[in-house]
Design a protein around this ligand. Structure first.
Ligand SMILES: *Cc1c(COP(=O)(O)O)cnc(C)c1O
Length: 361
């Protein structure tokens, strides 16, 4: 086996135990004498999987009955547009808090379907911080307030649930869902592409307060209508059955790990290891994000000279550390430390970084 420590921002590493289980039952799943990919999504076995995975997620997060759980497709990006279609209308407005590239994209995709107000942005800082709460220009009449709980590219994360009063809070949690405890009652709707912290690409998990589903306009195509998906248990059409299956395995894995509180502690410890190594490198490595807003999931950092980037990437790969290249919008490196990254992987990365700095400093 030569599986490396994979710091990919997404699609990202999955827990090895989950991959091994999927491998073991790939040809024959659940006594069906066929793979989970080869059975009807309306058959008894898959319906049971659907129910059990939802129950496990409800258990993990603590989701009350007045919230629906949906297993959808289209990536988070499709829901940038679909959320305003369902929760707002072109003659209403919604407030967007922009703290990075994904928030900007959410604004662009929503604009045809709702009057988008950028109520706060940290663009002036180069997205190295969250917009200070005192500066948010919230409209109490907004259909909802949209935030990106973790900006995957800029490495900026909310560490407390934003307080937006009575307006429903909508959060794109694609890159930090299930990484720490989640008080879902603070949110109207939470959604996440699965390929970072839940499963393989092609699945979106959404948790939405049921009363918000009633807002959908008359005439919305069924396939775009969250209320329809909720009414049909996310089986309105053929779902991403394999992605859903993997998500179910990951939920069970998270329970075995001790649940979201344990994951939060572990993720905090991993991030602290790496930030301490960056801050303690005597200026060799730099992370520009304001300490209180630093992401536990995605850690961008630069080297003292861009000419060193190629050597860092080649040598880290040889050392069994994959996918550390930063996003082009930020440059340098980025280490993504989602749930499936063990503490040991971060220790190996930090040791490599110290050694690299010593040799090239
Ligand atoms: C990756 C990511 C997306 C995009 O997800 P797709 O599934 O590719 O549409 C959106 N938001 C955030 C925060 C992300 O990290």
């Amino acid at each position: 086996m030569s599986r490396a420590y994979n710091f990919s921002p997404g699609p990202a590493a999955l827990p090895e135990e989950v991959l091994r289980q999927a491998q073991a039952e790939l040809l024959e799943w659940n006594g069906e004498r066929a793979s989970v990919m080869e059975v009807s999504h309306r058959g008894k076995a898959f319906m049971a999987l659907a129910e059990e995975s939802e129950a496990d997620l409800r258990d993990l997060v603590g989701i009350p009955a007045d919230y629906a759980v949906l297993f959808l497709q289209g990536g988070a990006t499709q829901h940038f547009a679909q959320i305003p279609m369902n929760l707002a209308a072109p003659d209403r407005s919604a407030d967007y808090i922009v703290s990075g590239a994904w928030g900007e994209k959410a604004v662009r995709e929503a604009a045809p379907y709702v009057g988008v107000r950028v109520a706060a942005t940290s663009e002036a800082s180069g997205f190295t911080d969250l917009p200070p709460r005192a500066d948010w220009q919230l409209d109490p009449g907004a259909a909802y307030v949209h935030v990106t709980s973790n900006e995957t590219i800029h490495g900026v994360q909310f560490h407390a649930d934003p307080d937006v009063g009575d307006v429903p809070l909508v959060a794109d949690m694609s890159s930090d869902i299930l990484s720490k405890p989640l008080d879902i009652t603070r949110y109207g709707l939470v959604y996440a592409g699965a390929q970072k912290n839940i499963a393989a690409a092609g699945l979106v998990v959404m948790i939405v307060r049921r009363d918000l589903l009633a807002r959908r306009p008359v005439g919305l195509a069924k396939i775009l209508d969250y209320a329809e998906h909720a009414a049909q248990g996310s089986l309105l059409n053929t779902p991403n059955t394999f992605g859903w299956y993997l998500a179910g395995l990951v939920f069970k894995w998270l329970k075995v790990q001790g649940g979201l509180a344990a994951m939060g502690e572990r993720n905090h410890a991993k991030a602290t290891l790496l930030y301490d190594a960056i801050d303690g490198s005597g200026g060799f490595y730099t992370n520009r994000v304001a300490p209180a807003a630093r992401s536990w999931m995605n850690v961008p950092f630069t080297l003292p000279r861009a000419e060193l980037d190629a050597a860092f990437l080649a040598e880290s790969k040889d050392a069994g550390l994959l996918a550390l290249k930063g996003h082009k919008a930020v440059g340098g490196m980025r280490a993504s430390l989602y749930n499936a990254m063990p503490v040991e992987g971060v220790r190996v990365l930090v040791d490599f970084m110290r050694d690299f700095a010593r040799r090239h400093g």
